[in-house]
Design a binder for this molecule. Structure first.
Ligand code: NDP
Length: 242
């Protein structure tokens, strides 16, 4: 077995029905993990692409639901991928759009990590958490105030949780994807001017594929990353290097 193998490990990916979450689930499956594909909607399409997988219908904004899942199963790898975005000028931004984004991107992520860690610590196991951050964990962006605040929060929480849990056998890291081809970015890709501006700024000269994030998630959840704690890994074609 190579240090990148996930044979014998069970992983849970949130928001695994589509986009980056789907690609992460497929990559973890290819690396040998049994993958629980979790989402508010059916993840059957994702499960169909994995040798050993199952789906789980769950809304991660309900902390009790996550607690029950981890208390009842031995899960070694948690990927917090579920995330939403709302766009409006900050001067008009609504409280509902603030709360919705914070509830999913930050609050649900924290309490899912907490429930997972409680279960891992109780069985004195070893485990990995990979949180999905963003370029907007480092930059301001525009017209996405709750998203930017939440993703800065994801980077901060990743470091805090790594500090608390590294010595207890849990690796906590994050991935900051750049511009990735998913439904989320379809409008941007369909806008020729915006799309051109974005491409011009990406040193690698292309948008990211969801599998680029999937493969980084395999690395961070594998034994090869055993001494990596609290890192936010940019997978952005060099965007932040520019
Ligand atoms: P998508 O919109 O394609 O997918 C988001 C996923 O999150 C969906 O599966 C969605 O489920 C799920 N989700 C949202 N709310 C909940 C909830 N309450 N409970 C369970 N699942 C939920 O987005 P992407 O694949 O593009 O993004 C995935 C992650 O990557 C997000 O965290 C995003 O912020 C981040 N990211 C994406 C980038 C990109 O360029 N695409 C760049 C940087 C970061 P449902 O289908 O039911 O809504």
């Amino acid at each position: 077995m190579t240090p990148f193998s996930l044979e014998g490990r069970t992983a849970l990916v949130t928001g695994a029905n589509t986009g980056i979450g789907q690609a992460i689930a497929v990559s973890l499956g290819r690396a040998g993990a049994h993958v629980i594909c979790a989402g508010r909607r059916s993840c059957a399409e994702t499960v169909g692409q994995i040798a050993s997988g199952e789906e789980m219908l769950l809304d991660f904004t309900d902390p009790m639901a996550a607690r029950e899942v981890f208390a009842g199963r031995e899960i070694d790898i948690l990927v917090n991928n579920a995330g939403i975005i709302r766009r409006d000028d900050s001067v008009d931004f609504s409280e509902a759009d603030w709360d919705d984004v914070m509830d999913v991107n930050l609050k649900a992520l924290f309490f899912t990590c907490q429930s997972f860690a409680k279960a891992v610590l109780a069985r004195q196991g070893s485990a990995a958490i990979v949180n999905i951050a963003s370029l907007l964990s480092f930059q301001g962006g525009i017209r996405v105030p709750s998203y930017t605040a939440s993703k800065h929060g994801v980077a901060g929480l990743t470091k805090l949780l790594a500090n608390e849990w590294a010595a207890k056998g849990i690796n906590v890291n994050a991935i900051a994807p750049g511009y990735i081809e998913t439904n989320n970015t379809e409008a941007l890709r369909n806008d020729p001017e915006r799309s051109r501006q974005i491409l011009e700024r990406i040193p690698a000269g292309r948008w990211g594929a969801p599998s680029d994030i999937g493969e980084a998630a395999v690395f961070l959840s594998s034994p090869a990353a055993r001494y990596i704690h609290g890192t936010v890994l940019n997978v952005d074609g060099g965007w932040l290097a520019r």
